[in-house]
Design a protein around this ligand. Sequence first.
Ligand code: C2E
Ligand code: CA
Ligand code: CA
Ligand code: CA
Length: 279
Amino acid sequence: AKAQGKNRLVAYADGMAQAARRRAELQQDLALAVPEDQLVVHYQPTVRVADGRTTGFEALVRWNHPARGMVPPAEFIPLAEETGIITEIGRWVLRQSVAQGAAWSAATGTPLRMAVNLSPRQLLDDDVVADVEAALRDSGFPAGQLTLEVTEGVLVRDVDRAVARLEALRALGVRIAIDDFGTGFSGLSYLRNLPADIIKIDRSFVGDLPTGRSASTLISSIVELARTLGLEVIAEGVETEEQRRTLEELRCGSAQGYLFARPEPAHQAGAHLATGGIP
Ligand code: C2E
Ligand code: CA
Ligand code: CA
Ligand code: CA
């Protein structure tokens, strides 16, 4: 038994070492992702809960690693955040997404929204406001149709700087969404002090619908408070028609999720525009 325990320990240590090696390698390889054109943006529609009509898209980056294939953002974004290369990646995603938004708007003649994720390090980067302004100018995409999504986590690090940055971005005319809302520390009352336009309800709550009582209580409280504060609410991770119907009953206006569409490359995502546009 003792020998077995030891073997397990060795195997465990091996696994740890292997994981650490993979992280280190991926982190090193990330430097080439932008210059070697290994990133691609997928787009997931945001829809109106009542009728499923597409109002815009969220841009979600993917990394096609030359040797390892697709590496999910949940794995490489944190690594990019550690080294700081996230600012280069984020700038690339932003430019790509607003250019795509401008092309789709032109093709359909209907204004649509584009949402882009901003990591904490990106938000606190001194160049971010100028970067966003330049990306909008170069693409011709209207500031009012761009949403920047930030998580509550960024507010923990340096709340004054984060709030000042969000205000500067809003002054450009872009909208701010608080991503993964409900998972952070902040709680509902905190919302009052945030320069935000949109709340995105985390999919862990949506996944508990329709039976989860605490989830539906929380969602209706968020919707209620959002109405008072004049914020829009988007529910993430809607996978079933039952969840959609429950959200409609809870008066949640917008949603995203596999029920409507998965994130897809631009040439496929564009098909959802047939029912698109800002209502
Ligand atoms: P997020 O911003 O919360 O994005 C939503 C995630 O939920 C996406 O995962 C999306 O594919 C997934 N999702 C959408 N609908 C459903 C559904 O119905 N069911 C389930 N189970 N999942 C659904 P993805 O694309 O793997 O991205 C993971 C996270 O990586 C994102 O979470 C975001 O935090 C980060 N990320 C992705 N792209 C970027 C980027 O360009 N910049 C930054 N800074 N972060 C990014
Ligand atoms: Ca997001
Ligand atoms: Ca989210
Ligand atoms: Ca998330």
